[in-house]
Design a protein around this ligand. Sequence first.
Ligand code: ZN
Length: 242
Amino acid sequence: MRILIISDIHGNLAAMNAVLEDAGVVDAAWCLGDLVGYGPNPNECIERVRSLQNFRCVKGNHDAAAAGEIPLEAFNLDARLSAEWNQINITSENLEYLSSLPSTWTENKVTLVHGSPRDPVWEYILDWYSAYLNFPHIPTDICLVGHTHIPMIFNLEPGDQEEFVWMQVPSGREEVSSKAILNPGSVGQPRDQDARAAYAIYESELGIWEAHRVVYNVSETQALIRQSGLPERNASRLEGGW
Ligand code: ZN
């Protein structure tokens, strides 16, 4: 199966559409959460991804915040103001959909979470050590995560004395180890100083992870954010990828 892996769309429809066009025909689409959050088109993004064939999605912290499930004090100011804006501007049907998302999903021997296997909504896996601590909590061989907005691969390798974690920034086609944690990066708000939308294609039978970046119309999303009354930083950060 050729599976589109997306995460952290954050209501950025221009980026979402660029990714879908670039990815072409896929057998399934799996999303690692945060459909909404900082961007101006949460409803359109939810409706667009729900129309995809064989779509699966887990809940992110911003999805839970928009659905009113977690206290907004847990967020920084921009994220909190954005969550309040989302609570007002997302339709009740779409809020119900966000609320219905599971925090963990297992399919074809792969586990999907937003943050980490041991803390699906909140923990960031940013370094080899947090990955190492999380490997025992994965019920399958492969775990897909989002949340950090940074594309990354963590492979668990057998060593002489004990297992160790090999961490790498993916570029192009990568062979996935028998035990790995993989992050496709963010569609709608990349944070690795690269403004292009990030996604991955996972070829499940071959065990291949293909990292992709695609240029999208950043100024279109920025203009919509500025018209919408969302925080200015939600717009300005997009062109620098931070
Ligand atoms: Zn996010």
